[in-house]
Write a protein that binds this ligand. Structure first.
Ligand code: IPE
Ligand code: IPE
Ligand code: MG
Ligand code: MG
Ligand code: MG
Length: 351
């Protein structure tokens, strides 16, 4: 028998095999509900809803909504109690991917095994499809307030946290630093983007590197600080939002909220560390997306710490995430297995 990996795991390989089936079944459930929501968009040109659906229905692991369901279930709610919010999380993530692939961002051609949204619908419509998904997110999330077992108060609280983590203070902030850090992952280790815009914009000429890359709260513009800010926000923030949404809709408070937030923070960072590793070690076919980090000179865990250093970071963070789960008091122990397994999946995933 294989050594158990965590408190919820009796036989590791058996547990992870069951988790694989769980992920597939949950992804199907999310997809069914996503289709219900997008079938209900009235008064829009068909090309717009087609562009939204194209990326939303293209597949994907659906780990963010699955995390929201699993967290809510660990604290005694049912999957159906948080389904609108879970679907909203996936819509927000999908908009972020559509915009991330645009020529002015990462300039990628392949996503979820298909040509990127702008390759099919053009850049103009890709921007608008992303905007429309982002806006629809709030309409869909708000519907969770009508579910009696959750209520309007918990929904409002969760929505406020989610919006905070999705915007300038979270994902969008991280994406901003990510694009301006382009070039920092090369031998030159300078910001090619910042230098370029400084040549054409009088307003931005002479601005410090800090201005492009970091919030005021981070003092020193070191590559380590920039990398951590990027990863914790461009990717970590939405993973945190997923877990927090599940917890806040379930009314979790106090020490347990802190523990579950710690879990989310650790696995969120691991998710992007492994994304950086796979960009180097896996093929575009295996990932279903272009691997363009080196070409774009991205500042990544691999460019700064190498493959082995990155793997070590991920391992340490997973141990911290498991410890945070071990500390939970009000969670239903028997329902925690998916959260333990998700941490393990984030570290070992190959796609
Ligand atoms: C890709 O996210 C973008 C990152 C934040 C690394 P996923 O790896 O979750 O992409 P899908 O949803 O499965 O396509
Ligand atoms: C993207 O990070 C994070 C988002 C907010 C979409 P990456 O640029 O590394 O994601 P991939 O590799 O294109 O999926
Ligand atoms: Mg990117
Ligand atoms: Mg990208
Ligand atoms: Mg990537």
């Amino acid at each position: 028998m294989n050594k158990p990996c965590c408190a919820a795991c009796a036989d590791h390989s058996k547990e992870m095999k069951a988790f694989d089936a769980y992920l597939k079944e949950r992804a199907k459930l999310i997809e069914k509900n996503l289709a219900k929501f997008t079938a209900k968009i009235p008064n829009a040109p068909k090309i717009l809803t087609d562009a939204m659906d194209y990326s939303l229905q293209a597949g994907g692991k659906r780990v963010r909504p699955i995390l929201a369901l699993a967290t809510a279930e660990a604290f005694g709610k049912k999957a159906a109690d948080v389904m609108p919010a879970a679907c909203a999380l996936e819509m927000l993530h999908t908009y972020s991917l559509i915009h991330d692939d645009l020529p002015s961002m990462d300039n990628d051609d392949l996503r979820r095994g298909k040509p990127t949204n702008h390759k099919v619908f053009g850049e103009d419509l890709s921007l608008l499809a992303g905007d429309a998904l982002l806006t629809y997110v709030f309409e869909v999330f708000a519907q969770n307030g009508k579910i009696k077992s959750v209520g309007a108060g918990n929904t409002l609280n969760a929505l406020q946290h989610f919006a905070h983590l999705a915007g300038a203070s979270g994902m969008v902030g991280g994406q901003t630093a990510d694009v301006y850090a382009e070039g920092m992952g090369t031998q030159e280790a300078t910001s090619a983007r910042a230098e370029k815009i400084q040549k054409t914009s009088k307003k931005l000429a002479g601005k410090s590197l800090h201005y492009f890359l970091l919030p005021q709260s981070v003092k020193e513009t070191t590559p380590e600080n920039v990398l951590l800010y990027i990863h914790a926000n461009k990717t970590g923030a939405l993973i945190r939002a997923s877990v927090e949404t599940g917890a806040l809709l379930a009314g979790v408070k106090g020490a347990d909220l802190k523990h579950i937030q710690k879990y989310a923070e650790c696995i969120g960072l691991v998710f992007q560390i492994v994304d950086d590793i796979l960009d180097v070690t896996a093929s575009a076919k295996q990932l279903g997306k272009s691997n363009s980090d080196a070409q774009n000179g991205k500042l990544t865990f691999v460019s700064l710490y190498g493959l082995e250093g990155s793997r070590k970071h991920a391992q340490l963070l997973i141990a911290k995430a498991q410890k945070a789960l071990d500390s939970l008091k009000t969670a239903r122990r028997k329902n925690l297995a998916p959260l333990y397994c998700m941490a393990e999946f984030f570290k070992t995933r190959t796609y």
